[in-house]
Ligand binder design. Structure first.
Ligand code: GLN
Ligand code: ZN
Length: 764
């Protein structure tokens, strides 16, 4: 018999109940007990949703983040919150976000506001975890209370519980040694805490523990490989069975290692590593369970169940009871329930599966394998019909788009002439001073803008009324920028709710859910648009707004677009074609917009690639391939313009020492990047690589309410000028200003413009 289980369930709630509960607690509007009760209620509901499984995860629920939970379980709290007052949960939030609930911070002198833990992306997902902090002196002390409590709750509910923990090697790998000491030196110290944890779970009658080691899908050097051997050797005598879980990629050269570790089972992500399933079945010792992640835990498409059964059936024959079935990874990365969607187009909806639907698929697969396909003949037939309908739908397949894609050749991505030749033409036309000033695109999304948008959505405001309201905001932005004396203006993006959704809504091939929320970090969720079909652009998307803005001023107005790679990386994408193909389709569509802007007389076009870096594969060996098509897509989008048209791009980070050559290949005339926080240190990349075009290193940290002084900006730019010739430098903020208030933006930009004037006087 095949055993079914799940690696983790979305914790935020089908209606984002956890988000709202957390935010109420933080504002002091609800008590700690109420928040804890909400957590218990969500867990109860989620276990109930998983009741058909043979084993359900316990410990996957977290009030903020599962890695931070693990830090607390291991007693690894940063020194700055040790000895603080209050409940553990308050300390937990202090590490997570710098402070706990308002009411909990009455000891403001000691606990009211500490530096929050650093946050970074969980492998190649859009989920962010709180980075564990280490020093050479870090010690660990088990606090199993969270897991023990959740286990008791699960037991009381009759759940067949499988506790889930982050494994010791992955935990160390994810953390950061604040004193640059060797994290691996902590392994002998952390293992006793893990051993004690497993013993505690064994005492509670737990049979299986899922121990997540996703780091096995990355490139590991000899020392980290050895850490696996040491760690699992030390844990092998514990009285629980360990299921070692890997996901998000192939094990490759770590496969032998994983199969040889003294554990009781191995989980493989069969969506990303199908070909390794059979190999693992061969290599694993005869007592070992092989858990196969046959349902994609990261996208929202129905599984082709009949196709899955074709390859699962022989495996079930071969392995018998040793075969387990699960989603490929935790379902944390998908929305909860498709049944919540009332407005989604019925046809597209029939192709989708959210977390609950994925668990139902798992059940169908297990029944077919355990009791025969006849038992689920109806389900399999319905699934086959849905898969075929999607494959053949004219809404998915657009022959014109496929034909355009087939016509792409290298020339499409080339500018007419090299930067050195086109730069003087642009300069002659734009007549900009040295150290030109600009902003990254958005201006504050004021209460009036949000109000107008919600009125428009509810029907209380008609199209003309909405358009008028947005035009007023655009005019306000333009006037403010003229008064400030900025050189290249923007329209302010008032009409955009989100830089991806805005374009997705206007492109054919995109659908939108109402409740398709996925946790990004803490209480923050994103609702990625669903890219389901060949992408085309029925009509111009931004030209009217930009032309209107340009009509208000004689200064150059920058057209503002989101680039293909960023749109792709922030969407749920198709599983029936490579990401690169979807990206090229987006590139052709946005290219048309660029050319329409140019035709409308716009002389500067910015194409944001905020998320280019996020798409980098987990393994460095695969970076080159990704960068090749990502850069090519950008070039196709941007480079069809005349020499005289100036192309800008913007990226929300500046750790690009390792990808700077690719960024240079994009051949944008100007690139603006985030740098202000690092005191321009991040420009180190420019020591070794001479970036050939113009660059605007951000001088105003838009994530902070602080107003940068003129002197500070001058200093930052002088540092930049040590590395990049002054005639190729721009002066701009780090990123868009939509989350700020006008009251902050105006003085900050005033200082920025004044700083640029000082710098100009030094050039002459
Ligand atoms: N143009 C966008 C804005 O200013 C860029 C946002 C981003 O880089 N994330 O809002
Ligand atoms: Zn940005």
């Amino acid at each position: 018999m095949v055993t079914t289980h799940n690696l983790g369930f979305p914790r935020i709630g089908a209606k984002r109940e956890l988000k709202f509960g957390l935010e109420r607690y933080w504002k002091g509007e609800s008590s700690r007990d109420e928040l804890k009760a909400l957590g218990a209620q969500l867990r109860e509901r989620h276990w109930n949703d998983q009741r058909e499984l043979d084993l359900a995860p316990v410990g996957d629920f977290a009030f903020y983040d599962q890695v931070l939970d693990m830090s607390f379980t291991l007693g690894n709290l940063p020194a700055r919150v040790q000895g603080f007052h209050g409940d553990t949960l308050d300390n937990y939030f202090r590490v997570a976000r710098g402070r706990s609930a308002q009411g909990a911070e009455e000891h403001a002198a000691c606990c009211g506001g500490v530096a929050a833990g650093e946050m970074t992306k969980w492998f190649d997902t859009n989920y962010h975890y709180i980075v564990p902090e280490f020093t050479a002196d870090t010690t660990f002390k088990l606090d199993p209370s969270r897991l023990v409590e959740q286990l008791a709750q699960a037991r009381a509910q009759g759940v067949k519980a499988k506790p889930v923990i982050v494994g010791p090697v992955t935990y160390l790998w994810l953390g950061k040694a604040k004193d640059e000491s060797d994290k691996l030196a902590l392994l002998p110290r952390i293992l006793p805490a893990y051993a004690a944890l497993l013993d505690t779970l064994a005492q509670q009658g737990v049979e299986w523990v899922q121990i997540d080691e996703p780091v096995l899908v990355t490139e590991l050097d000899a020392a980290w490989k050895q850490a696996f051997v040491t760690a699992y050797d030390a844990l092998k005598t514990r009285k629980v069975k360990l299921l070692l879980a890997t996901y998000f990629g192939q094990l490759l050269d770590n496969l032998d290692l994983a199969c040889a570790l003294p554990v009781d089972g191995l989980h493989i992500d069969a969506i990303n590593a199908r070909e390794e399933v059979a190999k693992a079945a061969q290599k694993l010792p005869a007592h070992s369970v092989l858990s196969v992640g046959a349902i994609n835990g990261r996208n929202i498409w129905k599984t082709d169940l009949n196709a899955a059964l074709e390859w699962l059936a022989p495996l079930a024959q071969q392995l018998g009871d040793r075969l387990w079935l699960a989603p490929s990874c935790s379902l944390l990365h998908v929305p909860v329930d498709l049944a919540s969607e009332e407005k989604l187009d019925a046809e597209i909806r029939s192709w989708l599966a959210f977390a609950l639907q994925k668990l139902a698929e798992l059940k169908v697969l297990a029944t077919a394998l355990n009791a025969g396909r006849d038992k689920v003949a109806d389900e399999l037939a319905a699934n086959a019909a849905a898969i075929a309908a999607r494959r053949n739908s004219p809404r998915v397949n657009n022959p014109a788009v496929k034909a355009a894609l087939a016509r792409i050749d290298a020339k499409l991505g080339n500018r007419q002439h090299a930067y050195a030749e086109r730069a003087p033409k642009q300069a002659a036309l734009l007549e900009l001073p040295a150290y030109p000033t600009t902003t990254i695109g958005s201006f504050p999304q004021t209460a009036e803008i949000r109000h107008a948008r919600s009125q428009f959505k509810s029907g209380a405001l008609d199209q003309t009324g909405y358009q008028d309201a947005m035009r007023q905001e655009i005019e306000r932005s333009v006037r403010e920028q003229e008064t400030l004396g900025l050189d290249v203006l923007v329209h302010g993006e008032a009409e955009r709710n989100d830089m991806v959704e805005y374009f997705g809504e206007q492109l054919d091939g995109y659908a939108f859910s109402q409740f398709g929320w996925v946790q990004s970090y803490g209480s923050r969720c994103v609702k990625p648009p669903i890219l389901f079909g060949d992408i085309s652009r029925p009509k111009a998307m931004t030209v009217e707004w930009i032309s209107y803005a340009q009509s208000l001023t004689n200064k150059p107005m920058k057209g503002m677009l989101t680039g293909p790679v960023t749109i792709l990386n922030w969407s749920f994408v198709r599983d029936d074609q490579p990401r690169s193909v979807s990206c090229y389709q987006l590139a052709l569509a946005i290219r048309e917009e660029v050319l329409d802007l140019e035709k409308a007389g716009v002389r500067v076009v910015q194409i944001d690639e905020a998320a280019l870096r996020e798409g980098l594969p987990l393994r460095r060996a695969q970076w080159g391939e990704y960068l090749r098509w990502a850069v090519e897509s950008f070039r196709i989008t941007a480079n069809g313009v005349q020499d005289e048209t100036q192309i800008h791009t913007h990226m929300c980070y500046s750790e690009f020492n390792d990808i700077i050559a690719s960024i240079a290949e994009m051949d944008a005339d100007v690139i603006t990047i985030e740098t202000s926080r690092s005191d321009m240190e991040l420009l180190d990349a420019f020591d070794d690589f001479r970036y050939p075009n113009e660059i605007g290193p951000g001088v105003y940290d838009i994530h902070s309410p602080n107003i940068p002084t003129q002197e500070h900006i001058v200093q930052l730019m002088q540092k930049a000028a040590e590395r990049i010739p002054a005639q190729r430098l721009w002066v701009n903020p780090d990123c868009g200003l939509k989350t700020r208030q006008w009251a902050e933006v105006i003085p900050a930009l005033r200082n920025m413009v004044a700083a640029a004037k000082t710098l100009r006087s030094q050039v002459q």
